[in-house]
Design a protein around this ligand. Sequence first.
Ligand code: HEM
Ligand code: HEM
Length: 480
Amino acid sequence: MARQTVRRAPEADLYKQSVARLITETSAREDPVLTRILFQYLGWAAFWLVVGTLAGGIVALKFRFPDFLDLPFLSFGRLRAIHTNTVFWGWTSLAMMGLALYAVPRASKTELYSVKLAKIALWLWNVMVLMGTLALASGINNGNQEYREYVWPLALLFAASLLLHVINFYNTIARRKMKEIYISNWYILSAFLWTLVLATIAYLPWYQRGLGQTIIQGYYMHQGVGMWFTPTVVGLTYYFLPLFLNRPIYSYALGVLGFWTQLVFYTIIGTHHFIFSPIPWLLQTIAIVFSVGMMVPVWAGTGNFLLTMKGIGGLIRRSYSLPFILVGVISYGLASTQGTLEAFRTANLTWHFTNFTVGHAHFTMYGFVAFLIWGGIYGLLPRLTGKEPPVKAVGVHFWMSTVGMAIYVASLSVGGTLQGLLWSAQKPFLESVVAMAPHWLWRAVGGMLMILGHLVFAYNLYHMRPAARSTVEARSGREQ
Ligand code: HEM
Ligand code: HEM
C-alpha cells in the first residue's frame, strides 16, 4: 500500500500565520481618538527628555568645570537626581506607556478598554514627575536611594497610575478577539504588574534598615531596569518589528523562552550592585551566577530580533524606524553582555564605583531602550497620522544620538577602567581625577550631541502630530 504523506502544518507555523494576519489586518484600521492620546503621551515624553537631558548636560559640565552654575537648586546632588528621575519616569516610561496603549489593543485585535483611564493615568504620572522635579530642586527627597528619590506621596501617584494601566490593559486583553495572547502582551502586562509590586516593596519602610535597605536598593534598582524598562520595550519590539517589516517574528518559542528566563534570572540579581559589600557572600554569588543566566533571555531576544530582520539591508536605508531598531537590538545584546562581565568579582574589583558603570547605564538605557522607543515612534506615527517627519531631520537625529552615545560610552569605558586601575594601585585619589579630566570632557561633548539630537527629535515629533481635536471629534463618536 502506498504510504500516504499528508504534511500537517505544525502548531508553531499556524501560530506564525495567525500572527502575521493579525498584524497586517489591524494596521489597516486606525482610531483617531487613540492616536491623539498616544500623541499626548509621546509629546510629554519628548518634553521630559529635553528637560532631563539638559539637566544631565549641566551635570556633565560640572565634572569638568565644578563652579559652573553654582546655585543651590542647580547643585550636583540635586541636578543628578533630577536628571535620572526625569529620564526614567518622564521620558522613558511615558513613551513606553504611550506606545503600549496602541500595541496592547492592536495585538489583541480589539479596542482599548478605556481612553478615559489612559488620560487620567497620564495626568497622575505627569503631576508626579513635575512635583518630583520641583521637590528635588528644592532639596526635598527620599534620602540617598537612587531612582526612588521622589518622596512617598508621589510614589502613591506612581502606583495609582500604574494600577490604572493594569486595569486598562487587563480588560483590553480579556476582551481580545483571538484565542492566543500574543507574546508582546505577555511582556507588557507583566512588566506593569511586576513594577506595581516593585514600587510597593521599595517604599514600605519597616524592613529597610541598615543592610536590609542596601539589599532592597539593589533589588529595586535592577528590577527597575530589568522588570520595567526591559520587558516593556522588548514586548513593544515583539509587536512593532513584525508590523513594520510585514513578516512574522522569527521564532515565537524564543520569545516565550526569553520571557520565562527573564522572570527567573532577573529577579534575583540585584545584589550584583554590591559585590564585596557586607551583604552575605552567598547572596552575592547567587547574583553573579544568575547574571550569567541572564545571557539566555538577552540572546534569545537579541537573536530573535536580528533573525527577524535578516536580509533587510536595502530596506533599512529607506526606513525611518529600522536604523533605530537595529541599533537598539545590537545595544541590547552587547550592553547586557557587558553587564554580565561587570558582575564577575574579578572585573567588579576594578570597575565598581568607577564611571565605567555610568557608561554601561547609558549603553543600556539609551542605546537599547531609547533607540527602540524611537524606532517604534518613527515607524508608527506616520501610519497613524499620515504625516511624515522631514527625512533629513530624522537622519540628523539618528546620527547625533548614535555618535553622541558612542562617544559617551567609549570615553567613560576607557576612563572608568583607568580610574579603577589607579585606585587598585593605591595611587592618590587626585591622580585619578586628573586622569579622568579629558574623558569627562569627551563625555560632555557626546552628551551635547545627544541633547541636540533630542531637540531634533522633538521637532520631528511635531511634524508627525495628529489632526486637531475638532476634526477628530467630528470623525469619531468615541469617548474622549
Ligand atoms: C544581562 C543583563 C545585565 C547584567 C548582568 C547587568 C549587570 C550590571 C551590574 C553588575 C551593574 C553594577 C556595576 C557596579 O556598580 O559595580 C549594573 C549597573 C547598571 N545597569 Fe546593568 N546589567 C544588565 C543589563 C542592563 C539593562 C538591560 C539595563 C537597562 C535597561 C541596565 C541598566 C543598568 C544601570 C542603570 C546600572 C547603574 C545602576 C546604578 O545606579 O548603580 N543593565 N548592571
Ligand atoms: C534617555 C537619555 C538618558 C538616560 C535614560 C540616562 C540615564 C542615566 C542613568 C541611569 C544615570 C545613573 C548612572 C549610574 O549611576 O551608574 C545617569 C547619570 C548621568 N547622566 Fe544620563 N541618561 C541619559 C542621557 C544623558 C545625557 C544626554 C547626558 C549628557 C551629558 C547625561 C549625563 C549624565 C551624567 C553627567 C550622569 C551622572 C554620572 C555620575 O554621577 O557619575 N545623560 N544617566
